[in-house]
Design a protein around this ligand. Sequence first.
Ligand SMILES: *[C@@H]1O[C@H](CO)[C@@H](O)[C@H](O)[C@H]1NC(C)=O
Ligand SMILES: *[C@@H]1O[C@H](CO)[C@@H](O)[C@H](O)[C@H]1NC(C)=O
Ligand SMILES: *[C@@H]1O[C@H](CO)[C@@H](O)[C@H](O)[C@H]1NC(C)=O
Length: 336
Amino acid sequence: MKATALIIALLGAAEAVYIPSTGTTSLREEAAKKDILIGSGAINPAYLNDPQFAAVLALQFNSLSPENEGKWSFFNPAEGYYNWTSLDRLVNFAEDSNMVVKGHGLISSCCNPDYVLNITDPTALRAAMTAHFEAFMHRYNGKRVDRWDVVTEALKTQGGGLNANIFYNVLGSGYIADAFRIAQAAGPDAKLFINENLVESLPYKRQELYDLVSGLVADSVPIDGVALQMHITEVAPIPGVITDIVNSYKALGLEVTIAEMDVHTLNATLQTDIYGAVIEEALNAGITDISFWGFTDKHAYTWLPGAKPLMFTERYKPKGAFYATHTALTSFINTP
Ligand SMILES: *[C@@H]1O[C@H](CO)[C@@H](O)[C@H](O)[C@H]1NC(C)=O
Ligand SMILES: *[C@@H]1O[C@H](CO)[C@@H](O)[C@H](O)[C@H]1NC(C)=O
Ligand SMILES: *[C@@H]1O[C@H](CO)[C@@H](O)[C@H](O)[C@H]1NC(C)=O
């Protein structure tokens, strides 16, 4: 097969970057026709040093979110000290590439610095959350960051209760409501999400998340939606489950998104089929915000040795997963 290459003139740069052609339109072109966000998460700003990475990201996607760089200790490791270098780089890239950004994420069990872990007084912890959220949100409000993961992985991985993180230990289960209220005050125009894993494949955990979120809604907590991580290993969600999830939250007035999709399997055909089936069902169910946990296997993270979970190869060649996603987008008809 003859190598074909696309030449992308980098904005403001004289040099050109060669990336393998997909032979078709970009995902973001097709998504834009239907008002859909198609994004890549797991964007470590250091990856942008690779011009091919930057070119494919800007060509194919209209949304991005950081990998860990938005987590607490990464930019606010000490009280009152903020290092914005990495996050500024991402937001500036999004600005130059006409993309939006999801702020991921304000609260998680991971990556909390010692000064936070040491707090035992509830009032002091709420004050630390307020200062952290205000710093982060005020810096980027109105600058392409249009939505946030306020709380990520509140539930235990296999379900069965809340993760006993610092926030739960000091504030109790009410920390989730506190986090959304603080976020809403700091960023009144942004959409606020709870981000959770495995609910599409674990029925018990699905119910648990629903009970948690419907409780928040009943208490008038300012939450806009649920972000399904959608990390898939070998087995796709049962057909109909994504639709049921969307409908159950729609009845509460909430939106459902896909935030971190990837497919871990050694079977490339199965991977292609799962990408296609999940995106097709998600679009038909009314999901308009779909992001993957990265796009090139060059920077993939997997718990299944040998799996390559993303839609481009290490050398940026499109895989079956790319074409299945593209087909799902082009064949989707969004009649109101
Ligand atoms: C801020 O973060 C950047 C990017 O991670 C790093 O290169 C730099 O050394 C940091 N600055 C300080 C003062 O720690
Ligand atoms: C956290 O607490 C430990 C143990 O008391 C102490 O050694 C450390 O200096 C504290 N760190 C911060 C950042 O407050
Ligand atoms: C790979 O997946 C496809 C599609 O599900 C299936 O037909 C095929 O049998 C699988 N191959 C192997 C080696 O398991």
